[in-house]
Design a binder for this molecule. Structure first.
Ligand SMILES: *Cc1c(COP(=O)(O)O)cnc(C)c1O
Length: 460
């Protein structure tokens, strides 16, 4: 087409009103929430960028699928449709539905994990790390160097560092590494893609040591589209063909359907190993449900199957990647430091550069998150030392590698004018960045503390 405006490739059939509040109201609401946006009521939020997980707008065909759902306990036709679609994309032998991504992780790592085991990944997502550590195993992030520098632009900042991976295998011993993971796109590292070459070479390295490779595939379609845009030799391939090649290097897949399956709940575990599949299905029956529904209703399986077809549509992916990039470009133009280039599902503000007067011990990302809510009713999330910080033996904070604020964009939910509004609010907060204050934690849970932590603003 000769026109350069990329439009939302859908029209709107059903709308959900959003509620407006003023700053005084938001000050009270945020204080009541312990300065933790996870604790806000969602109808007190104007534009909700907390997560892109489970927040997609479903299509009319997905809603039709909800009516089509076969709710039989065993052998539901919705399961067979789901299985056929997942298999057509992943080519995996065993397709095991779960109620969301972490349920697939829980089952997998309960079986292959345990004390004395080590799991490498480009970057573990928080639930993946938690599920590994919960079994007594250790999780290691082996992201390539360029991925650690928010200000450096590169095409595939989600790539695994293969030299580090080989050194890691030699140090820990291949026999102590039940499997290697690669997360596409790299959520915790800025939604940055992984190249086909890197996936292929990771597989080759793993094969050399007899280690299976699993793909954490939450955003496989977005990753496939980045490969199409950026990697030589893929420009004329369809997103489906690219996804199929990505999965051809994997021995297993964990998936949260709440991302690139465009649904509000769902997930799966897919794998080739017959013995492992039997163990996983046995645990599935104890924790999730029978093997043909795994914690989901038949209608959910229909919606996942349809969503997986829609997410690979090129018009959708072009709109998706471009709308996130548009937000990023405008913020960069306003001087706001973000991870460059923009990722697939989110923009990550670099809080270290945004508020360089607030040290990691005072949670710079949390400070920005709070101010975005107070200023414009925008809900974002800290991905930094609140989420990933640890304590040493003296109880001193070991900060996270990066201090980020994630603006996750729900799929097919907001229009360009919402995004233009965001740009105005963020720019305004950036202008008064020197007035922002640090925060201290006054309550925290022992695991995944960011969900329930309570904070207090520091006065000086
Ligand atoms: C969301 C996510 C998960 C966990 O999935 P849930 O559906 O939230 O349980 C795992 N890995 C990555 C990369 C994710 O983004």
């Amino acid at each position: 087409m000769k026109y350069k405006t990329i439009i939302e490739p859908f029209k709107i059939k059903s709308v959900e009103p959003i509620r407006f509040t003023n700053r005084e109201e938001r000050e009270v609401l945020l204080k009541e929430a312990g300065y933790n946006p996870f604790m806000l009521h969602s109808d007190d939020v104007l534009v909700d960028l907390l997560t892109d997980s489970g927040t997609s707008a479903m299509s009319s065909k997905q809603w039709a699928g909800i009516m089509e759902g076969d709710e039989a306990y065993a052998g539901s036709k919705s399961y067979y449709r789901f299985e056929a679609v997942v298999r057509s994309i992943t080519q995996m032998k065993h397709i095991i539905p779960t109620h969301q991504g972490r349920a697939a992780e829980k089952i997998l790592f309960s079986i292959v994990g345990g004390p004395g085991k080590y799991f490498p990944n480009n970057t573990h997502f928080d639930t993946t790390r938690a599920n590994i550590e919960f079994t007594g195993s250790e999780a290691f992030d082996l992201l390539n160097e360029v991925g650690k520098h928010p200000e450096i632009r590169a095409d595939f900042k989600g790539n695994m560092d293969l030299e580090k991976l080989e050194a890691f295998i030699n140090e820990k011993g291949a026999e102590n590494i039940p499997l290697c993971l690669i997360t596409v796109t790299n959520n915790s590292g800025g939604g940055q893609p992984v190249s086909m070459q890197n996936i292929r070479e990771t597989k080759q390295l793993c094969s050399k040591y007899g280690i299976p490779l699993f793909i954490d595939a939450c955003r496989f379609a977005e990753n496939a589209y980045f490969i199409k845009l950026r990697e030589k030799g893929y420009e004329n391939k369809t997103p489906l063909e690219i996804a199929q090649e990505m999965f051809s290097y994997a021995d297993g897949v964990t998936m949260s359907a709440k991302k690139d399956a465009l649904v509000n709940i769902g997930g799966f575990l897919a794998l080739n190993d017959d013995e492992l599949a039997i163990k996983c299905r046995n645990l599935l029956i104890v924790t999730e449900g029978f093997v043909t529904y795994g914690g989901l209703a038949g209608r959910d399986l229909e919606a996942v199957a349809q969503g997986l077809l829609e997410v690979l549509d090129e018009h959708y992916l072009q709109y998706r990647i471009r709308s996130v990039e548009y937000l990023g470009e405008k913020l960069i133009a306003a001087g706001v430091p973000i991870i460059e280039p923009p990722g697939g599902h989110a923009i990550y503000i670099d809080a270290k550069r945004f508020v360089n007067h607030i040290p990691p011990e005072q949670y710079p990302g949390q400070s920005i998150v709070c101010e975005l809510y107070l200023e414009g009713g925008i809900r974002a999330v800290e991905i930094g030392s609140v989420m990933f910080g640890k304590y040493d033996n003296q109880g001193k904070l070991i900060p996270a590698m990066m201090e980020l604020v994630r603006l996750a964009i729900p799929r097919r939910v907001y229009t360009q004018s919402h995004v233009d509004f965001l740009i105005e609010v963020i720019t305004e907060v950036y202008k008064k960045r020197n007035e922002l204050k640090g925060y201290k934690i006054i309550y925290e849970a022992p695991i995944l503390r960011h969900f329930t932590a309570k904070f207090e603003p520091l006065m000086q």
